[in-house]
Design a protein around this ligand. Structure first.
Ligand SMILES: [Zn+2]
Length: 133
């Protein structure tokens, strides 16, 4: 199980099982936060505990997700989908940057072009350690 905590320790997430690849996205939001995402579903393998506030994109009339952050230290813990998919699930992702470095250093990076094409880009062999150190 992987665990990530905010800087002040008030809130944390856990992810059961294999984190798989983590996603670096260049959209206007992810780029600013500098986050790396590992995905699952609400009430699935991800749990978030402790106090969080949420932010939805101010420019969107019907935002598809909310960002969860610690109200004390402002670390971004997760995003959570606001709508269900066809199978009744809500997507969720945790910010791998809150995990201990050695626990996630070798996870491969998927690059997602959330800024323009909204497509996955080919893997380039980088892993979390290459983004971080
Ligand atoms: Zn905190």
């Amino acid at each position: 199980m992987l665990r990530g905590t905010c800087h002040c320790g008030a809130a944390h997430w856990t992810l059961e099982g294999d984190a798989g690849a983590v996603t670096a996205c260049n959209c206007t939001l992810c780029r600013r936060y500098g986050v790396l995402w590992a995905y699952d579903y609400v009430d699935g393998r991800i749990q978030v505990e402790g106090p969080t506030n949420s932010y939805t994109r101010a420019e969107k009339k019907a935002p598809s997700l909310e960002i969860l952050f610690c109200p004390t230290c402002a670390c971004v813990l997760a995003w959570r989908g606001l709508r269900q998919d066809a199978r009744g699930r809500r997507r969720m992702a945790i910010n791998v940057r809150l995990a201990p470095p050695e626990a996630v250093a070798d996870l491969p990076i998927d690059h997602f072009d959330g800024l323009e094409s909204f497509n996955d880009l080919p893997r380039d062999g980088r892993c979390v350690r290459d983004m971080w150190f």
